[in-house]
Write a protein of this length. Structure first.
Length: 138
């Protein structure tokens, strides 16, 4: 077996001939990195630029894949620090709940919004996402 073949067996690649969108393929690759332990807890994942070079994709493709995993609770972004695998898959209890307007949200073409005021890990009852502010107010 040639050396380049061995490398390709250990590194997942993007299949540009696949009909599946690139960011979806990349999301699956990143999820595998997390689940396999290659991206370890408390260690920053590679930068957008590094991931772009490694997989030969644009920054927007990397951002979409990372944001998917942040939304699903597998990654967490810390401003000024980077993006890290979440210790436990974070639960998003407000997913699917919409801000109630006076018209009950039934007006055609209207946009419902939700404002998240705090979040806790599902595995740690009582621990606020920002302890200095205390428990979230809903």
């Amino acid at each position: 077996m040639m050396h380049s073949e061995a490398v390709s067996l250990h590194n997942k690649t993007i299949d540009r001939f696949n009909q599946e969108k690139l960011y979806i393929q990349l999301t699956r690759i990143f999820l595998e990195e997390i689940k396999s332990g290659k991206w370890q807890l408390n260690q920053r994942i590679p930068s957008e630029e590094e991931l772009c070079k490694k997989y030969g994709v644009s920054k927007i493709t990397v951002r979409q894949a990372v944001n998917n995993l942040v939304s699903d609770g597998y990654l967490m972004k810390l401003q000024g620090k980077g993006t890290f695998p979440a210790g436990q898959r974070l639960q998003h209890p407000f997913r699917g709940i919409h801000h109630l307007r006076r018209d009950g949200g039934t007006r055609p073409g209207g946009v419902a919004t939700t404002h998240l005021r705090g979040m806790r890990s599902a595995g740690s009852p009582g621990s606020a996402s920002h302890p200095a502010r205390g428990p979230p107010t809903l």
